[in-house]
Design a protein around this ligand. Structure first.
Ligand SMILES: Nc1ncnc2c1ncn2[C@@H]1O[C@H](COP(=O)(O)OP(=O)(O)OP(=O)(O)O)[C@@H](O)[C@H]1O
Ligand SMILES: [Zn+2]
Ligand SMILES: [Zn+2]
Length: 804
């Protein structure tokens, strides 16, 4: 009998999206399984490539001559049937390569070449053990060093669980340790030292000042450098003079690893109970059912998630919970851990490959029954899923913006169908798509219309900054907001201030000639970073020094523009010298765990004001916060995209929801130049339903999603002409197959027309039903690949979250 394996080869082209057939060698008959990786010869040159077995046929009818599989890479499947099927769905629905989709699902540790070792299990018999291990405890598994006979033998032993295989993943995480500083306990000695330093040694003076006031706690050297504004050389000389001691200390790598105090389920409010009951019924009946949990901010959605997950566990099933960006939601992760303890696996980008792989294995083995993670956690290898939850389902970070361009919501729904389980999409401001699907009855709506304990939503007022500006110029703070801040500080309450920075950044401009410093590789201005004292490009990473004179006209009046958080912080310190400000933005949260640390400080009331960018809008639950201020509501409105009103409304509602969540009532002040805009007016009344109705009307009138589907086609090339030429050709092909109902926008250059020295053109197709479209797009991709490496490239983005 002959067996034929269907193999997806690691040669990313559209042509290789269908599996290739390979003969299974006699030695591997009935040994090779679907989901194992193999080595095969590919193409005319018989290049050795990796491949994934996606099917096995006992069919002998094949009469052509087939190549044999060369070798195997795994002794057991690394992907199960479900995840393999899912990779197929991904490839098809996102116009991506099958192999890229498989790799997206596999953890990194399995992608790169890691060493594997074999160890005998207790069940192995002595003869086998002696023969294979020859008295050694372990054996490196290098399949290219072994004969097919040897491999076949190992496969059999593995199948009988007589050997075990370990992946020796090198931990690639850096920064496991840091240098910490402790001052000498002898403070009077420090005071005397002021006299001994030579005049003008300002750094040493600053260091002494800092040491005298820092207290007994240990601080990291890098924090000290920043806080005291001294160099590491000064610290070293301080060590020589016995002012301080330095030591290397191990720091926690996983910010979520620390133990959390366990919590018990709360007694549910009636609305919460209804929601949990409806979800539990579907869990118990193993029934696929999409839910929209629409609950105002502070209505207790999290408790509904937790108790629904508990229901799944009690039915011996598992639970998957997705959150927008894990580093931004430490509070949520802690709540899940506090309820489910060691059964929880957390997948986040802060983990090293090794740690991720460990968590992945824990999930696969069934040791972790609850998984919390951001977008890619939707591929967690859970078996027997009883519930899938997607918190803040409207967040755009759920959509991946590189290939495969999937939306985690679609994948969650696919897996929900596969496992027969409820999928709960939760939000205070659902995406229009999801809310519209609920309207059509495709999604069941569960409502939490009230805050816990019937605390009212905070009162929101809108301040027209046009009036303010004419009165007292350039300040970021209106009189109303400033007075409100002072009042809270007096009352020892806390304040959250948000600076809306989407589409807006701090740049440098010459006041004499208007020159703006641009990235040499991209069509975008460079952003000023005070912490590194440099100008950076957010797209390609280009970095250069801050110019002191204008490169264009040599004027010295080159100035810093844009309302950066640092600038606001400086102004706050001038206006309210006694207020303690905690600043949270990309600069202060770059280091691992920094985000959580700052939030902890704020939670412990070590700061009065939490000042930050969008990252502070989500999910924070601090009972002492009674005032939320939005400094500039408009910047996200100004973006020429059909989503901008929706984004602005969502953001304002989310951030407003941070105020008055416990006993004390909350207040929100929104500063804007567009006080009459509907997104701002409706955010003021925090009326999601009204916003939904109004925005749907606008989308209907202008033929936008969710009334239409959309697909974005992009070309890029080394010259603008090439990118445009290919785009126009595709547009022509598209117009030939599309019906009259479809609407084609473009071709146009993209908003940022040049990135990393390549030019971008795009075409948007809005459509309702176009049976020929998918086929055309697949063909376009195939053709573009024949053009070769340096030619113009095409990419396709189905249902883009933005048209820009
Ligand atoms: N049944 C309950 N009894 C008492 N307190 C509750 C109950 N349910 C939730 N809470 C508390 O109410 C507060 C708000 O709940 P939670 O943070 O879950 O709201 P949310 O709907 O997720 O809000 P947001 O959308 O703003 O993040 C939390 O401090 C939570 O512990
Ligand atoms: Zn750049
Ligand atoms: Zn100039």
């Amino acid at each position: 009998m002959e067996q034929i394996a269907k193999v997806i080869v690691d040669v990313p082209t559209m042509q290789t999206n269908s599996p290739y057939s390979y003969l299974i060698p006699q030695e591997f008959l009935n040994q090779i399984q679907v989901g194992m990786r193999v080595i095969v010869s590919f193409g005319k040159g018989n290049r050795k490539v990796q491949g994934m077995v996606v099917g096995i046929d006992d069919d002998k009818s094949f009469d052509g001559k087939l190549k044999e599989i060369d070798s195997i890479m795994d002794l057991q499947p690394v992907l199960n049937t479900e995840l393999l099927k899912l990779s197929g769905y991904l490839a098809e629905s996102t116009f991506s390569f099958a192999i890229t989709c498989i790799q997206t699902i596999l953890p990194n540790a399995l992608k790169v070449k890691y060493e594997k070792e074999l160890v005998p299990a207790t069940t192995i018999n002595d003869a086998d053990k002696a023969q294979i291990f020859g008295g050694q405890k372990r054996l490196l598994f290098e399949s290219d060093q072994l004969t097919t006979q040897q491999l076949s033998r190992l496969l059999k032993l593995k199948k009988a669980n007589q050997i075990k295989i370990n992946y020796l993943v090198q931990d690639r995480a850096k920064a496991k340790t840091e240098i910490q500083i402790k001052r000498t306990p002898n403070v009077s000695f420090l005071r005397e030292e002021f006299d001994s330093i030579r005049k003008g040694a300002v750094q040493q003076e600053r260091l002494l000042n800092y040491l005298v006031s820092m207290g007994e706690k240990q601080v990291s050297q890098s924090d000290l450098i920043e806080a005291a504004d001294v160099s590491s050389a000064t610290i070293k000389s301080g060590e020589k003079k016995k002012w301080l001691t330095r030591s290397r200390v191990e720091v926690l790598r996983d910010p979520f690893k620390h133990e959390v105090t366990r919590t018990q389920p709360l007694k549910l409010q009636p609305d919460q109970q209804n929601a949990v009951d409806a979800i539990s019924e579907k869990i118990n009946h193993s029934e696929y059912s999409p839910f929209l949990l629409e609950g105002v901010t502070g209505s207790g959605k999290t408790e509904v998630y937790l108790q629904s997950m508990a229901q799944a566990l009690s039915e011996n099933k598992t639970a998957l919970m997705l959150v927008p960006e894990i580093s931004l939601t430490p509070q949520m992760v802690n709540r899940v851990k506090a309820r489910f303890g060691h059964q929880v696996a957390v997948l986040h980008s802060g983990l090293s490959d090794g740690e991720k792989y460990d968590e992945w294995r824990r999930i696969e083995r069934g040791d972790a029954k609850v998984v919390v993670g951001a977008r890619s956690a939707v591929f967690a290898p859970l078996n027997n899923i009883g519930i899938i939850i997607m918190d803040e389902e409207h967040e755009t970070s759920y959509k991946q913006d590189e290939s495969p361009r999937y939306h985690a919501r679609d994948v969650a729904l696919w897996r929900g169908k596969y496992h027969g389980c409820p999928v709960v999409l939760g939000s205070a401001t659902p995406s229009l798509e999801t809310r519209a699907r609920a309207e059509k009855g495709l999604v069941t709506r569960l409502l939490l219309p009230n805050r816990i304990n019937h605390q009212s939503l905070p009162a929101v007022s809108v301040v027209d900054m046009k009036n303010e500006i004419s009165q007292h110029k350039e300040s970021n703070f209106s009189t109303e907001l400033l007075d409100a801040i002072k009042l809270r500080i007096q009352r020892k309450e806390q304040i959250v201030l948000m600076l809306n920075r989407r589409g807006y950044s701090s740049f440098i401009m010459c006041r004499d000639c208007g020159f703006v410093l641009m990235c040499p590789n991209c069509d975008i201005s460079l952003t000023l970073h005070m912490d590194t004292h440099s100008m950076k490009c957010h797209y390609c990473g280009h970095e250069e020094a801050i110019p002191k004179i204008c490169p264009n006209c040599q004027s010295h009046k080159i100035r810093y523009y844009g309302t950066g958080t640092q600038k606001v912080e400086t102004e706050l310190k001038e206006l309210l010298p006694d207020a303690r400000v905690i600043r949270m933005d990309v600069d202060t949260t770059r280091r691992k765990g920094a985000h959580e640390k700052l939030l902890d400080e704020f939670g412990n009331h070590e700061g009065d004001i939490l000042l930050g960018t969008q990252m502070i809008a989500k999910g924070l639950d601090f009972p002492n916060v009674t005032l939320v201020g939005v400094l500039n509501a408009d910047t996200s409105l100004g973006i020429p995209d059909y989503h901008s009103s929706e984004r602005t409304f969502q953001l304002l509602t989310q951030v407003s929801g941070r105020a008055g969540r416990a006993e004390k009532a909350g207040q929100v002040i929104i500063q804007t130049f567009n006080p009459d805009h509907y997104a701002i007016q409706l955010a003021k009344s925090q009326n999601y339903e009204q916003f939904f109705a109004y925005e749907m009307k606008i989308r209907h009138e202008s033929n936008y999603p969710p009334y239409y589907y959309a697909v974005q086609i992009t070309t890029n090339a080394a010259t603008e002409a090439e990118a445009a030429k290919l785009m126009f050709k595709i547009a022509k092909q598209a117009r030939e197959v599309l019906s009259d109902q479809a609407i084609v926008l473009g071709p146009t250059p993209q908003t940022i027309a040049r990135i990393k020295k390549r030019y971008y053109y795009q075409l948007i197709i809005k459509y309702k039903k176009e049976p020929q479209l998918n086929e055309l797009l697949t063909k376009v991709l195939k053709n573009s690949q024949k053009l070769g490496r340096n030619a113009a490239k095409v990419s396709i983005n189905p249902n883009p979250v933005s048209f820009m």
